[in-house]
Every structure is written in structure tokens, then in C-alpha cells.
Write a new protein. Structure first.
Length: 79
């Protein structure tokens, strides 16, 4: 639906030197057995509806286990 999983390649090609505005959220890693997964599921649904309601808005997410991409956003801990 247009919500982008931001990797270092996507960050460098679409965000770093771009003049476009982005709404980017940092997700905590989890799995189906983790209670923390509920927060990420809720947030992903919210991002989906945000993109659906505002199709011109660039919406993306960063999975917090990727340390290098977290550092690009100057965020060093888990949410």
C-alpha cells in the first residue's frame, strides 16, 4: 500500500538528498510470540491508514534492529 520499509539503500536513494517530506516511524523488532509485537502491529496498521488517507505523503518505517539505519536517524536505543 506504499508504506516503505526503509533500508540503507532506500535511505540513500530516496531520502538522503531528497526535498520530499517523509513520515518515518521506528519499530521495535519482535516476533509472533513476543508481547512487544502488538505495538508494532498497531503501528503498522496506523501507518497503512495514514498512507491510505494521505496518498501523497511518503510513509516509511525503520526496524530498530538495523543499527546503521538507526544511527542515520541519530537514534541509538530501542523505542
Amino acid at each position: 500500500m506504499g508504506v516503505v520499509n526503509i533500508t540503507k539503500e532506500i535511505y540513500m536513494s530516496q531520502i538522503y538528498n531528497s526535498n520530499q517530506d517523509w513520515f518515518i516511524s521506528i519499530l521495535m523488532p519482535g516476533n509472533a510470540l513476543s508481547p512487544d509485537n502488538d505495538y508494532s502491529t498497531f503501528l503498522m496498521k496506523s501507518l497503512y491508514f495514514l498512507k491510505r488517507d494521505y496518498p501523497k505523503l511518503n510513509v516509511g518505517f525503520v526496524i530498530a534492529r538495523e543499527e546503521l539505519i538507526r544511527e542515520a536517524f541519530d537514534y541509538h536505543g530501542f523505542p
